[in-house]
Design a protein around this ligand. Sequence first.
Ligand code: DOR
Ligand code: ZN
Length: 336
Amino acid sequence: MVISLDSPLDMHLHLRDGDMLDIVAPLSAETFAAGLIMPNLVPPVTTKEAVCAYRERILEAQAGHRFLPYMTLFFKSDYSPEFLESVREEILAIKLYPAGITTNSEGGVSGFDLGELSPVLGAMSDLGIPLCVHGETGGFVMDREAEFIPVYEMLAQNFPDLTIVMEHITTKDAVEALDRYENLYATITLHHLYITLDDVAGGLLQPHLFCKPIAKRPEDRTALLNAALKAHPKVMFGSDSAPHPRDKKEAPGCAAGVFTAPIALQALAQLFDRHDALDNLQAFVSGNAQRIYGIVPPVKEVVLEKTPWLVPDIYEGTVVPMFAGQSLEWRIVSVG
Ligand code: DOR
Ligand code: ZN
């Protein structure tokens, strides 16, 4: 059996910088047509110069593959409307992190004071810049996303013309919130469609599956699966592929992040095939994002066939992918 995907998109992608960028950028650029690049570098991407320079480094690192990096800016509540207007053409979205909630988010937002956030959110709404949000509170780890839903609701109600993307949703509560507000959308990762907390910590601890938000309960995964498999019109694929060097994962104080970029399309095909939903994969992995963001990505046709493929143990001796050393039921046969 063979399927063909047109211009697959990864609408939540960490490409890092330096040596890691050189390793991972070609792996995404090989099979995806474009990706939404997260700005949580050290220091975070907060200026037009930093956006443009980072884009150049990505283009340099992607080894000649046809791939469009859609850039983001790290949300700051003190951006002026003039600054936002000047950077508008360089970015596709602005990413908001609660302060300290995940990797390199220390400069994020503390408290969600509408008075403080309104000037920037109002300007973004006027300029048509979507807001992407890492939606977790500082509460108990399993409840962080559910506790954040009222913040999403407050933002959605107060800025009805602002496109708000709930990034990497992991709960039934978030899936349900999607249908309550016209301007709320979501990305769903590959790993949250496959795993629950049991896979991370139910047996021997699996550091390569540890991420933020942490994988939740079986009923949460079921809700995510239902939304993805039917390609709910408000959900998009965003891998949240977040590489860390092996020694930062297989260590006390394991860094959060699952590296899925090179195995994402194969594992999505396997999942959609197992659930008899291959017809909806194109919308989930490209069509919905094109409509939601109003983008026309580069043309790229990826052909996959149902033939076993052994996932490498490690890439460049540095970064371990999800399903390392295991066999997936689908492989990529050509990219054109
Ligand atoms: O697991 C995660 N890793 N979650 C995030 O939100 C950030 C990411 C990273 O940058 O490592
Ligand atoms: Zn992320």
